[in-house]
Design a protein around this ligand. Structure first.
Ligand code: NAD
Ligand code: GLY
Length: 370
């Protein structure tokens, strides 16, 4: 099989450094890339039913020289549970896998988070590889080593930082992704521009964003490479979110409150909530006077131009300000009883506010609740 050209971004973490290989058709280079990181010829591919039906044959072909086991799970967030974890581990034990064999996540963020956590605890840590198939997973969840499942107390509360040995991103896999999921992934792309890459935001606004949403191959590989480089740079400096990594949560504290209100049943995708949450972070920053109203409007205009969700589309989930504030108090970033928010001074100038003004936040939430 001919190997397609790829761009490479490295996540620099000393002895745990790894490459992210990005390109249209990159899957054809998976076998060669695996040979460079492991001597084992056994691979457990964990995927979901949807991805398996669409792309199972392609990954099986890419791994033709390996002894490959395909473990297919139902799709959906419910897989990120003790039951889902147990099922993946059981498959690995039954098939006689060893720690040196490769456990490969082939799917969106759900499969990536579940498989990564399973790999981290399987015999105290198996070789883990990510082949993400959603735009959100290609620009965010497959990079950086956060793995987790959910429990009765909330999302992603049981997990580990466990870095993959390789991330291989084939942008052609996105051609089958429903438009709603593409937009959900775009929220995490525009986030990188708004955190600290104003020139990237300008390019997105000037047409790159529209190209991504219409799945143009060059727009995808360029924006995915920039996004992965942005994330890699943050993760290399702060792997375990002691500091700057929190910036990656721009819009997320608002988003998590919206998601809790929506109930994780598919009414609101994570990326849709992030898109609206980014708008809310800019609107709130402008309201308390740390960012100009012009910049907040520019961000909202950009999102609206691309038919991305903003706070104005969240009315069904904006019912009660006290409830929302309560949700925001539960955020994992908080410390010392104060709400941590990622706020912004301008486009591309996000900062971590560890002592958000709760009364200003309560007033803002009251104003936007119906
Ligand atoms: P997902 O994994 O549920 O995938 C979305 C849907 O798309 C699923 O139905 C899936 O079957 C389908 N799908 C996947 N690839 C496809 C393809 N190529 N063509 C057609 N359909 C395809 O959702 P997601 O948005 O990728 O990930 C969301 C999860 O990621 C959440 O659990 C979230 O907590 C997690 N997450 C983790 C991190 C991290 O750093 N670890 C970051 C962000 C989000
Ligand atoms: N998605 C946020 C992070 O990886 O830190």
């Amino acid at each position: 099989m001919k190997t397609a050209p790829t761009k490479t971004v490295t996540v620099d973490l000393a002895e745990r450094s790894y490459d992210i290989r990005i390109g249209a058709g990159a899957l054809s280079g998976l076998g060669e890339a695996l040979r460079a990181i492991t001597t084992s010829d056994r691979v457990a591919v964990v995927t979901d039913e949807t991805v398996h039906a669409l792309h199972g044959a392609a990954i099986a072909e890419a791994l033709a020289d390996f002894r490959t086991h395909m473990f297919v799970r139902p799709q959906g967030e419910a897989q990120k549970s003790m039951g889902g974890l147990d099922a993946v581990l059981d498959s690995l034990f039954r098939a006689g896998f060893d720690r040196g064999d490769t456990v490969l996540a082939f799917g969106g963020g759900v499969i990536g988070d579940l498989t990564g956590f399973a790999a981290s605890v399987f015999k105290r840590g198996a070789t883990f590889v990510q082949v993400p198939t959603t735009l959100l997973a290609q620009v965010d969840s497959s990079v950086g080593g956060k793995t987790a499942i959910n429990n009765a107390y909330g999302k992603n509360l049981v997990g580990a930082f466990y870095q993959p040995r390789l991330v291989l991103i084939d942008t052609e896999l996105l051609q089958t992704l429903p438009a709603r999921q593409v937009k959900a992934g775009y929220a995490e792309i525009v986030k990188y521009g708004l955190i600290d890459r104003p020139e990237f935001f300008e390019a997105l606004d000037a047409g790159l964003g529209a190209g991504i949403l219409s799945l143009e191959p060059d727009a995808l590989s360029s924006a995915i490479a920039t996004s992965c480089a942005a994330k890699a740079s943050v993760v290399s400096r702060d792997e375990r979110e002691g500091g700057v990594r929190a910036l990656l949560n721009l819009g997320h504290t608002f988003a998590h409150a919206l998601e809790l209100e929506a109930g994780y049943g598919g009414a609101l995708l994570h990326g849709e909530a992030v898109s609206a949450g980014i708008d809310m972070a800019y609107q709130f920053s402008a309201r308390i006077g740390v960012c100009s109203a012009a910049d907040a409007s520019r961000v909202r205009d950009h999102l609206q131009k691309l038919a991305m969700p903003t706070q104005l589309d969240m009315l069904p989930f904006l019912k009660d300000a006290d409830t929302l504030l309560g949700h925001m108090r539960q955020d994992k970033k908080n410390a010392g009883g104060r709400i941590t928010l990622i706020l912004t001074r301008a486009i591309g100038a996000a900062y971590i506010e560890r002592e958000a003004d709760e009364s200003a936040l309560a007033d803002y939430l009251k104003d936007i609740c119906t």
